[in-house]
Design a protein around this ligand. Structure first.
Ligand SMILES: NC(=O)C1=CN([C@@H]2O[C@H](COP(=O)(O)OP(=O)(O)OC[C@H]3O[C@@H](n4cnc5c(N)ncnc54)[C@H](OP(=O)(O)O)[C@@H]3O)[C@@H](O)[C@H]2O)C=CC1
Ligand SMILES: O=C(O)[C@@H]1CCC=N1
Length: 278
């Protein structure tokens, strides 16, 4: 990435903050970022990071080669309408909004007859805050490979990137890694609750739960054994793990997870239908 490439976030909430935190000091400096957020309540957090913020668009936006729309899906059409006047012919636009597809977004950025060609749709996740995110990326076929590489370079600064060539798969990515951190936090909450019921205190329970998840994930990442084999390694015949797993099976754990992910994916498709009309 060229030095001093300017990057704008339109919407400066949780996800923009998570992404910018990973980007600053790796692919850019704080002064290379511009945040436009109509909600001034969060401006102080950005100023403390040394990032310029504004509650309205200005010609500063035209100086930014990369625009990242990081508003809620229901606000993106309005945000595009309010900013697109500053688009330059080489602006690379990245949308992180769940559900909304490139067909709607590129028509809003350009027009129905002349859709904006320079668009990448991505699905990051909140561990980006500590550089451990994982992002699904779909690039429109009309986008030049140089811009795809630029998008990948920016996103690699907040973790790893998985590119998909069929846009509909981004809804599956949303159901897995986009929403996934919430599933893991729910698991941590449940483990802590279970441990406290068994007598451990909150601090002990939290440490044991988090370290177990961290260690298991790292083991799965480096091991040449499949997750199922790693699970079997823990499960002694007639032992404690077998007793616990039997309860999970009785309550259809796998089916529950599958149904939850289906609901997330269905909701992404539903939002695209509700909001994605030009
Ligand atoms: N949170 C997550 O884990 C993930 C979220 N996403 C996607 O990221 C996007 C942002 O989510 P999140 O960061 O949680 O949302 P937030 O609500 O935290 O942040 C969005 C910010 O944008 C502001 N805003 C609203 N309209 C405009 C506008 N027209 N111009 C400029 N700013 C505006 C909002 O102000 P106000 O509060 O006044 O509305 C708010 O401060 C969503 O589209 C979501 O689908 C993707 C992956 C993971
Ligand atoms: O809950 C949501 O809609 C967003 C998208 C993925 C994570 N958070």
């Amino acid at each position: 990435m060229k030095q001093n490439t300017k990057i704008a976030f339109i919407g400066g909430g949780n996800m923009a903050m998570a992404m910018a935190s990973g980007m600053i000091g790796t692919v850019c400096q704080a002064e290379d970022i511009l945040v436009i957020d109509i909600n001034t309540a969060g401006h102080d957090r950005w100023l403390q990071k040394g990032v310029k913020t504004s509650s309205q668009v200005s010609t500063d936006l035209a100086q930014c080669k990369v625009w990242i729309y990081a508003v809620k899906p229901q606000n993106i059409h309005e945000a595009i309408e309010g900013s697109k006047i500053h688009l330059q012919s080489d602006t690379l636009v990245i949308s992180i909004a769940a559900g909304l597809n490139t067909q709607s977004l590129s028509a809003w950025l350009g027009s129905q007859d002349n859709p904006w060609p320079g668009l990448v749709r991505v699905m990051p996740n909140t561990p980006a805050l500590i550089g451990k995110g994982v992002t699904g990326l779909y690039a429109m076929a009309s986008l030049g490979e140089k811009d795809v590489l630029l998008a990948e370079q920016i996103l690699t600064s907040i973790g790893s990137v998985v590119r998909v060539h069929d846009e509909s798969l981004l809804d599956a990515v949303t159901a897995l890694s986009g929403s996934g951190p919430a599933y893991v936090f729910l698991l941590i909450e449940s483990l802590v609750g279970g441990a406290m019921a068994l007598g451990l205190d909150d601090k002990q329970a939290k440490k044991l739960a988090i370290e177990t998840i961290l260690g298991s994930a790292e083991l799965a990442a480096v091991s040449d054994q499949e997750p199922a084999a790693l699970r079997e390694n823990v499960t002694s015949k007639g032992g404690t793990t077998a007793a616990a797993l039997a309860v999970f099976e009785q309550h259809n754990f796998r089916e529950t997870v599958k149904q939850a992910m289906q609901a997330a994916s269905d909701r992404a498709i539903e939002m695209a239908g509700e909001l994605g009309k030009s």
